[in-house]
Write a protein that binds this ligand. Sequence first.
Ligand code: C5P
Length: 396
Amino acid sequence: MRSILLIIGGGIAAYKSLELIRELKKRGIGVTAILTKAGEQFVTPLAVGALTGEKVYQDLFSLTDETEMGHIELSRAADLVVVAPATADLLAKMATGLANDLASTTLLATDKKVLVAPAMNVRMWHHAATQRNIRQLKYDEVTFVGPGEGEMACGEFGLGRLAEPLEIAAAIETLLAPGDLPLKGKHVLVTAGPTREPIDPVRYISNQSSGKQGYAIAEVAVKLGAQVTLVSGPVSLPIPPGAGMMPVQTAEEMLKAVEQSLPADIAIFTAAVADWRVASAAGEKIKKKGDGKPPTLSLTENPDILKTIAARKSGRPKVVVGFAAETENVIAHAQEKLAKKSCDLIVANDVSVEKGVFGGDANTVHLVSKSGVESWPKLSKAEVAMRLMQKLAGLL
Ligand code: C5P
């Protein structure tokens, strides 16, 4: 069984480590925990032990513990060491190699990869000393997940919130992935973001798509070993490291870029392609005539990229996945789309305004295929990406 050693630092976010343990156990990942003295102020050893089902380690100088499992052995028994929450103090100790308690000694003695999920006050996070320690730790190949931005327990706002348990669990899954990664040697093609259809040189028709879900998928596919091509409309997101980027503006450009990128083993169409474009965009900026009559725009339909690719006689990717953003009858519409676009899977989500999917970090999706409907709980877009790619890798 895959297992981690979880070091729980002291901070109000320590309560989320309990949720993390539950999530990991659900995924069949064993957890042994070390609770620091400060961590103990926020969660009890009893609660941690009840969830891990294992002894909770707290003291460096404990004869009982040392006879059961010495601290050196403890540091190496698991496949991965995870520090969540990682306080400013723990990061500082790690960066300088201090070893004056069980957690810091274990971190210094381990020969395993280390993942840290920092959590602290925003000013502590931005402090030059913390930032220096983070640079050092990244140089030492420690992996980071988070922190996120938002309201803090102390009342301030900013960076320093512990990453969500689901996000930490996804990062753990990636690091635990075996050497022979499931998408090694496979080409994954992803479309993402909106398209932008010009009206004239300065105006355009577009939509609210942030591109976050598609970018998360591209990022996960890289991590699972795939060669990734990301065909993206204009978004303000960093390019996922390791993905081959093809920036486009219009639907027609997107189709061309997708066709140029074939062959692919898996093609995932997350882009919110504009259904229509202006039949003939003006070459010059359209002027107000001053007669109170607005110009009439004549629209024409854009190519359906997903449908075109899924219908290819030759060079169709083995697995073609569409996304369906719906505001009502989500599953029924997705089933229609599955048939109409002849794809293998539709990932359907409810984008009615109150769900906050557009631009948000979470998504509630239903996987609709010929074999039925699978509904997932509300997950971060990173987690949706991880679960989806693992599923698709299985299909190949
Ligand atoms: O917009 P619609 O709901 O039809 O989108 C469903 C799926 O089709 C999405 O995966 C989207 O990326 C894809 N699509 C496309 N080209 C279009 C319209 C949609 O690839 N012109």
